[in-house]
Design a protein around this ligand. Structure first.
Ligand code: ADP
Ligand code: MG
Length: 237
């Protein structure tokens, strides 16, 4: 309706796709549990950032998303908060093994930042988060994955190595995030990303975030996302 259109316009949010959920104004509009709301306030998040206003209701509704917004806009929480909800919604959390949420990021610094952000919100629920990336002991990461986790944050190359070593299975994985997709392509990770995606069940929820959408990223998005909703904030993309 007109009010939603005006609200999006006032935030410089553009959307495309069918049945796009309306943007929220407050975290309280997300239907988060008391525990999750507590974790959000504890980390001094008073209100959602612009991308979060539109991305949170889209992702919480279970839809695939292409999220385009510049660095520093709060994209991480847009996929981490719904991932916690997604994991808590799994009927038999303790059964099976391997991560439910899989996040790929281009560099170890970024993977580590996402790991820290995910830990903040996962901790109150006892959800285990593992981070795997190059430059540190593969054996330690192997052991960490073997011990079990619900979320893995990874750079594509190292994740492939550990999958080959059977450190983890993608059996339970139903929530896949490709963060900074354009940078992963710039770094030549397209084959690794395709391999990882191919190992995750097709009825997963897939989220792709990027600061820009070059042709190659657009093409991958078209192949691996199902009826995605595109959310663009500001002048990027
Ligand atoms: P992006 O991935 O878009 O570059 P980040 O997710 O790294 O941005 O967020 C940038 C910074 O903003 C981080 O320090 C993060 O903790 C903080 N942040 C995210 N969401 C909020 C919010 N709703 N309120 C306050 N700070 C936030
Ligand atoms: Mg980011």
């Amino acid at each position: 309706d007109q009010e939603v259109v005006e609200y999006r316009k006032s935030l410089a949010i553009r959307v495309s796709g069918f049945d796009v959920p309306k943007p929220i104004k407050l975290f309280e509009d997300c239907g988060f549990s008391t525990a999750l709301m507590g974790a959000i306030t504890k980390h001094a998040y008073e209100k959602p950032t612009t991308i979060q206003c539109q991305a949170l209701p889209v992702v919480l509704s279970g839809r695939d998303i292409i999220g385009i917004a510049k660095t520093g806009s709060g994209k991480t929480a847009s996929f981490v908060l719904p991932m916690i909800v997604h994991i808590m919604d799994q009927p038999e959390l303790d059964k099976g093994e391997g991560p439910i949420g899989v996040i790929c990021a281009p560099t170890r610094e970024l993977a580590h930042q996402i790991y820290l952000e995910a830990k903040k919100f996962a901790k109150p629920y006892g959800i285990r988060v593992a981070a795997v990336y190059g430059g540190v002991s593969k054996l330690d990461q192997f052991k960490e994955l073997k011990a079990g986790c619900e979320i893995v944050v990874a750079t594509p190359g190292r994740l492939i190595d550990l999958l080959k070593m059977k450190a983890l299975t993608m059996f339970r994985a139903t929530y896949l995030v490709l963060d900074e997709a354009d940078r992963m392509f710039d770094l030549g990770f397209e084959p690794q990303i395709r391999s990882i995606v191919g190992q995750i069940r097709p009825d997963r929820q897939t989220l792709l975030f990027s600061a820009t959408m070059p042709y190659k990223v657009e093409r991958l998005a078209r192949e691996i996302l199902s009826d995605p909703i595109r959310v663009t904030v500001g002048e990027v993309g």
